[in-house]
Design a protein around this ligand. Structure first.
Ligand code: TPP
Ligand code: MG
Length: 326
């Protein structure tokens, strides 16, 4: 697929935005400034930016617990996402969604479900709505190698298939489900092979090569848009950090980490951009600085924003008080 020079440059900026945003979140979390619990997708930027590239206005995209990058690409701004991570009133969910439940339905970011696998059945409702409305939009659900082993995922795939829904199941095999290697939790090399069991196409692509991601999602998304039904796309990638921030990762070797660092998706894309004379090193540095300034501004915005207070603090949430539930 031909991607214009302008788009390649935008994608490069987008990858840096995701990485810098998450590195900042990691630092703030380590300092104890950021509350809650975060899972970072540093190292997985190519699949996030590449998938977003083929998303159109009106599509419904369900993310998982590691996809701040997808949310940024869909249209949750860095300011409102950072504020959400801080639990502030100016966050996209007034600080009550946090990292794992940040969403913004009007830009198609339909959110995450804390129960692995559950979102892959729910996505069919979105797919069905697009089909009934005949709006040419699709529903996309992104989930991990660990989630892929849940029974609900199989039900979801089967239903999408028999109802010929415009749903794309994106499996992100990043090597682990917490500390369980994906090589041990499933004995098929490619999790996309599951698609055959439901009579739909399945494809595995290099999730650290943004151009391969764009190609794979384009094919699957176009099929779904044109009434060709659901499919599975699997991306092989690696998370540079642990499952959660603070995870000491005793389950992986230094050699394994080093091997994947050599496949860093940003460095790989830089090589392509240099080889094709699209950007030189100085221009790449400028783009990096631009994205860094956006992240600095997002942090400042989040820190200066208020927490939800008074009655507002108790709206949109279930809470318990002594003497009964309310
Ligand atoms: C049904 C269910 N079981 C267990 C958990 C706890 N849990 C949260 S994340 C996770 C691992 C997910 O691994 P994977 O799907 O590969 O995604 P990744 O974290 O690698 O992005 C587990 C077991 C859960 N949230 N839901
Ligand atoms: Mg995983």
């Amino acid at each position: 697929m031909k991607v214009s020079k302008e788009d390649l440059i935008k994608l490069y900026g987008q990858m840096w935005l995701i990485r810098l945003f998450e590195q900042r979140a990691s630092d703030l979390f380590a300092k104890g400034v950021m509350p809650g619990f975060i899972h970072l997708g540093i190292g997985q930027e190519a699949f996030m930016a590449g998938t977003n590239y083929n998303i159109k206005a009106g599509d419904s995209v369900g993310s998982s617990h590691r996809e701040h990058g997808l949310l940024l690409g869909l249209g949750i701004t860095p300011n409102e996402l950072m504020a959400e991570l801080y639990g502030k009133e100016t966050g996209c969910n007034k600080g009550k969604g946090g990292s794992m439940h940040a969403c913004k339905a009007k830009v198609g970011a339909i959110g995450c479900n804390g129960i692995l696998g559950a979102a892959q059945t729910i996505i069919n409702g979105y797919g069905f709505a697009h089909k009934v409305r005949n709006d040419g939009n699709i529903a996309v659900t992104v989930f991990g190698d660990g989630a892929a082993n849940r029974g609900d995922v199989h039900e979801g795939m089967n239903l999408a298939s028999v109802m010929n829904l415009p749903v794309v199941f994106i499996i992100v095999d990043n090597g682990y489900g917490i500390s369980m290697s994906s090589k041990e939790s499933s004995l098929v090399d490619d999790l996309s092979a599951r698609a055959a069991g439901y009579g739909m196409p399945g494809l595995t692509a290099d999730g650290n090569d943004i151009l391969a991601v764009i190609e794979a999602t384009r094919e699957a998304f176009e099929r779904a848009r044109q009434g060709g039904g659901p499919s599975v796309v699997e991306f092989k990638t690696y998370r540079h950090h642990g499952h959660f921030e603070g995870d000491p990762t005793p389950y992986r070797t230094k050699e394994e980490v080093e091997m994947w660092m050599k496949k860093d998706p940003i460095a790989r894309f830089e090589k392509v951009l240099l080889e094709r004379n699209i950007l030189n090193e100085e221009q790449m540095k400028d783009i990096y600085e631009e994205q860094l300034a956006i992240v600095d501004a997002a942090q400042k915005f989040a820190e200066e924003s208020p927490y939800p207070e008074g009655p507002e603090g108790y709206e949109d949430v279930f809470y318990f008080y002594e003497g009964g539930d309310k």
